[in-house]
Design a protein around this ligand. Structure first.
Ligand code: ATP
Length: 217
């Protein structure tokens, strides 16, 4: 089973890292790949450049062999459409290997605005991480999709290459990248919210500081 966890990672924080570990264990896989997006189609431009977000991500997982970075969306450039990424992965993995994409409920709530969203369940399973205060609107397209495709155990994911949605509720750290950027912009500490090497590099580069966010890519 191949598991990917996509995001803007602007910047990577301990909430992301913990959930990746929890999922690796819950899904019984040896590795989870984090997939940073280049230009996220559904939100404003990231505060950090692609290069810096990738560098911080690599630093964050350097000592953890069970986490990987898949930089294909940065290499590809342009808008990062998940359907394209999954199609490329499907070509590499072949038709039978289970492919899983991990998504928080906050992201899944707007799933029907994603490019080719209705193709995505044909390309991969979705593992939905329940985040507090991020419920699905009843009757919305994502909530109907969930009702149609919901499964309740991990073994079902292993038995098919794609098509199922599994909800998981791992313990989550209450950390968001928005909160980190806000703290940095107002000169507050982010220690213990991100790995120490990430903190040191953000300081060194002056990223997300109140002296003006970097915008280049
Ligand atoms: P922002 O605050 O800028 O929106 P974020 O911290 O939510 O950022 P993203 O890069 O947008 O991070 O998120 C990537 C994925 O990680 C999404 O699916 C999101 O739901 C999930 N995620 C983010 N923070 C956490 C957390 N603390 N615990 C578990 N999942 C998280």
């Amino acid at each position: 089973m191949h598991v990917i966890y996509g995001g803007t990672f602007d910047p990577i924080h301990n909430g992301h890292l913990r959930v990746a570990i929890e999922l690796r264990e819950a899904l019984g896989v040896s590795r989870v790949d984090l997939v940073p997006c280049h230009i996220p189609p559904h939100r404003g431009d990231p505060g950090g450049s692609s290069e810096h977000r990738l560098e911080l991500l690599r630093m964050a997982i350097a000592d953890e062999p069970s986490l990987g970075v898949d930089d294909r969306e940065l290499v590809r450039g342009g808008s990062s459409y998940t359907a394209d990424t999954l199609r490329h992965l499907r070509e590499e993995l072949g038709p039978d290997e289970p492919l899983v994409m991990v998504l928080g409920t906050d992201s899944f709530a707007g799933f029907d605005r994603w490019q080719e969203w209705s193709c995505i369940p044909e390309l991969a399973h979705i593992v939905l991480v329940t985040r507090p205060q991020a419920g699905l609107a009843p009757g919305s397209a994502p909530s109907q999709l969930l009702a149609r495709r919901r499964v309740t155990d991990v073994a079902t994911l292993g038995a098919a290459p794609a098509g199922c949605i599994l909800e998981v509720e791992p313990p989550l750290l209450d950390i968001s990248a928005t909160g980190i950027r806000e703290r940095l912009a107002s000169g507050r500490s982010i220690r213990y919210l991100v790995p120490d090497p990430v903190l040191a590099r953000i300081d060194e580069l002056g990223l997300y500081g109140s002296d003006g966010n970097e915008r280049g890519r």
